[in-house]
Ligand binder design. Structure first.
Ligand SMILES: O=C(O)CCC(=O)C(=O)O
Length: 290
């Protein structure tokens, strides 16, 4: 990608809080990484035999598996993809970019909408230099659960929307932006979408008979600091204190990769994360060895 194209995408990201970038991944890459992420989701979710209607409303929006670059090495080249790293750095105006965490978000056939929310209130990061890349492994449309973004909403206030436990909470944001309807973005295979951590976004329900297979990774500008007490494994694993620079093994540098080498994951510490048992059982985070 040349400097002019990068600058154009960065300007759109700064203006709208999201940008659709076509043709980032080749058909071969999409097939290879799609298979790797499918395998990760199947393995992590193997113990979860619940039907869609037996799951919580949040879980009906998608199957969620985080930090899969760590226990599924075949996913790693996608997480640390140089084209995506370079684009993210350009969008954030940063020389160096780190990973906050990655995740598969597989919206099952018949899966519920993803309610409107902003991401950054979920993360204890002080600065606002964050971007998520959303990578579908097949075309996405209104029927299969495409994403919608409220343009310019990243410049507004941040609000914690409880998509996890309060169904309907996203309506508060929809009401706030009643005069600025979301832009729903259809992707072709190989396209990706980036959104800013403060952008109000949502996804349509999956009315098709196929799972909507998506991988996302959240990146942030190197030099960002821990912004609050809200627990989060990306900082708690490395014992990052409030006000400290976030630079642990859980949040490795993505761009530029020194010598082109991808990082090795660090083991998870044995620490009191009370949600951990449940998150492991549900396949949300890597299982402890043994
Ligand atoms: O894929 C979805 O349904 C939601 C994605 C999302 O909220 C995000 O990537 O921040």
């Amino acid at each position: 990608m040349n400097a002019g194209e990068l600058a154009g995408y960065a300007a759109a990201f700064r203006r709208d809080g999201f940008v659709h970038v076509p043709g980032v991944l080749s058909a071969e890459e999409l097939a290879r990484y799609g298979e790797a992420v499918d395998e990760a989701v199947a393995s992590r979710k193997a113990g979860d035999t619940r039907r869609l209607d037996e799951k919580s409303p949040y879980e009906q929006s998608f199957m969620q598996c985080q930090y899969i670059w760590e226990d599924f090495p075949a996913v790693r080249p996608l997480t640390f993809h140089p084209k995506i790293g370079e684009l993210t750095a350009a969008l954030l105006g940063a020389n160096k970019v780190r990973l906050w965490h990655d995740q598969a978000l597989y919206k099952e056939a018949g899966g519920r909408e993803t309610e409107a929310h902003q991401d950054q209130p979920y993360w204890p990061i002080a600065e606002a230099d964050t971007a998520t890349v959303w990578i579908p492994f097949a075309a996405t449309s209104d029927e299969t659960g495409c994403m919608g973004y409220v343009p310019g909403s990243h410049k507004g206030e941040a609000e914690f929307i409880d998509i996890f436990g309060t169904p309907g909470d996203g309506k508060r944001l929809e009401e706030r932006y009643a005069d600025t309807p979301p832009v729903f973005v259809h992707c072709e295979p190989g396209d990706v979408i980036f959104h800013h951590g403060f952008t109000t976004h949502m996804a349509k329900a999956n009315r098709s008979d196929r799972t909507r297979r998506v991988y996302t990774a959240i990146y942030f500008a190197d030099g960002s600091h821990r912004g609050g007490e809200r627990p989060h494994p990306s900082v708690d694993r490395d014992g990052i204190a409030i006000g400290d620079v976030i630079d642990g093994g859980a949040t490795p540098v993505v761009w530029p990769l020194e010598g082109g080498r991808m990082p090795e994951p660090e083991p998870w510490p044995e620490m009191g994360m009370e949600w951990r048992e449940r998150a492991e059982r549900l396949g949300i985070i890597p299982r402890r060895a043994g």
